[in-house]
Ligand binder design. Structure first.
Ligand code: AHR
Length: 499
């Protein structure tokens, strides 16, 4: 069967917010040490920032980067990471059973963020700490000067305030694994009091309340409802986190992961809107999807069990396959489709740890398969996101029942007139697509890039073979009277450009 897709600028969802193309740097494994930071590396700048990773970060098109955790932040003392490096304490990081040297901290991160051209998104510790420490960190980062902590920052060489706008009120406090885990009631109260105090210091900040650490959590939805009862009027976002694990080999379900993400977003929106209705708020809350990715998570415990306390261990360094790249491309399609309610999204993480960028400490950096759909989507999905309703066959999955083989979104750049169509064929056969572009007359086909996993689904990029999985160019589509026939290869992520 030929699938059908009609694209019309009348069906606008909203602007494609650049903040959807965020990433995440956590003190975890080799994300920081040996990832973004490695003094002595041949590409390192005078601050110890790896130049090859900076270059790939820019190429990836990352907009926002969340820091410093993750689970790590829930036991972190931010002041350990500022001032002369020789005076910084070595600490036990309980989250990842790691020794934290604190050689990299807030000031180094801000230097890195400026060099990478990304917006910083900070998380405060609401696991083992509270209102005062969050305020102290905000004063250090954002207050111009004339107070103890703002002057401390200036004495460390940062004369101007950092002006960090995005702040996460803790991380995954619903999770029993979290240091300082809390009930929704406990967290909701603490987040509200922290938000109030932070806004007194800097009313311009945007705050993210912790939602659930996954749709499968037993407290999912009731956690959001309770937390938002306390915080709705004080925060700008509620967070969502999700990871999809390919380890059980059920490829048909893995390829449908975006169906689950779609439901997750709809359910968080429904819960937030319920609280808004109850409390009579007119403002719609947005989602900060500040952790998402494919993650072979079932391997994690073995990694943690295997070792004692060490510095910067090799941890959660998943090798991503061609199929994983198709799934990541589809998750980005889903985030874009919800552009009206998802305001921030961060792929977790940036370097080495479940990451699009891999490095060898002392060696080169390379692009994992998942790098490519992210970079191309970030580069071309500019303008207004358009709603699409593909007509296509379905296939059966164990996890999600019958799901459509085709997933799509379109983004129209009104300024240039260019149209980008993103399409994933989840099926194991090539899919002919009849594209109806009559709503946008005069467009010519500019490019068809595909990352097709059908022939070699388990292919991965490695140091020895860094470009085994890359997108390839197919013949540009040729619209004729506003109709266009396209062939989407089996198990593929596709970017179609019209200008
Ligand atoms: O991104 C890895 C970990 O996953 C984060 O530290 C935590 O927030 C989540 O559970």
């Amino acid at each position: 069967m030929t699938a059908k897709l009609t694209i019309d600028p009348a069906f606008a969802i909203g602007p494609a917010d650049r903040r959807i193309f965020g990433s995440f740097v956590e003190h975890l494994g080799r994300c920081v040490y040996g990832g973004v930071y490695e003094p002595g590396h041949r590409s390192a700048d005078p601050h110890g920032l790896r130049g090859d990773v900076l270059e790939l970060t820019r190429e990836l098109g990352v907009s926002v980067v969340r820091y410093p955790g993750g689970n790590f932040v829930s036991g972190y003392r931010w002041e350990d990471g500022v001032g002369p490096v020789a005076d910084r304490p070595r600490r036990l990081d309980l989250a990842w059973k790691t020794i934290e040297t604190n050689a990299f901290g807030l000031d180094e991160f801000m230097t890195w963020a400026a060099a990478a051209g990304v917006e910083p998104m900070m998380a405060v510790n609401l696991g083992t700490r509270g209102v005062q420490e969050a305020c102290d960190l905000l004063e250090y980062a954002n207050h111009p000067g004339g107070t103890r902590l703002s002057d401390l920052r200036r004495s460390h060489g940062a004369e101007q305030p950092y002006g960090v706008k995005l702040w996460c009120l803790g991380n995954e406090l619903d999770g029993p694994w979290q240091v300082g885990h809390k009930t929704a009631e406990e967290y909701g109260r603490l987040a509200a009091e922290t938000a109030r105090a932070m806004k007194m210091i800097d009313p311009s900040v945007s705050l993210v309340a912790c939602g659930s650490s996954g749709r499968g959590m037993p407290t999912f939805a009731s956690w959001e409802a309770t937390v938002l009862e306390h915080t709705y009027e004080l925060v700008d976002y509620v967070s969502a986190h999700t990871y999809y694990d390919p380890a059980d080999g059920d490829r048909a379900s893995l390829l449908a992961s975006a169906v689950d993400m779609d439901h997750f977003i709809a359910e968080v929106v429904a819960t937030a809107d319920h609280v808004a209705a109850k409390q009579r708020h007119r403002r719609k809350l947005k989602i900060s999807f500040d952790e998402w990715n494919v993650w072979y998570q079932s391997r994690l415990q073995a990694d943690l069990d295997r070792r004692g306390w060490v510095e910067a261990p090799t941890l959660i360094e998943d090798d991503y396959t061609a199929v994983d790249a198709v799934v990541v491309g589809d998750l980005l399609i889903t985030l874009l489709r919800h552009a009206d309610r998802v305001g921030v999204a961060c792929q977790a993480q940036l370097a080495n740890v479940i990451a699009p960028i891999r490095t060898r400490t002392g060696g080169p950096a390379w692009r994992q398969s998942i790098f490519h759909p992210f970079a191309l989507t970030a580069r071309y999905a500019r303008g207004t996101v358009l709603r699409t309703e593909p007509v296509c066959p379905t296939y059966a999955t164990k996890r999600y029942g019958d799901v459509p083989v085709l997933d799509t979104v379109a983004v129209h750049d009104e300024e240039t007139g260019a149209l980008t169509v993103l399409a994933v064929n989840r099926g194991t056969a090539d899919l002919p697509l009849d594209l109806d572009l009559r709503g946008l007359p005069g467009l010519a086909g500019a490019a068809h890039l595909t990352l097709a996993a059908g022939d070699d689904p388990d292919a991965v990029n490695t140091e020895a073979e860094p470009d085994r999985v890359t997108p390839r160019e197919l013949a540009a589509p040729t619209p004729d009277g506003g109709r266009c026939a396209v062939l989407l290869p089996a198990v593929s992520w596709n970017l179609l450009r019209f200008a």
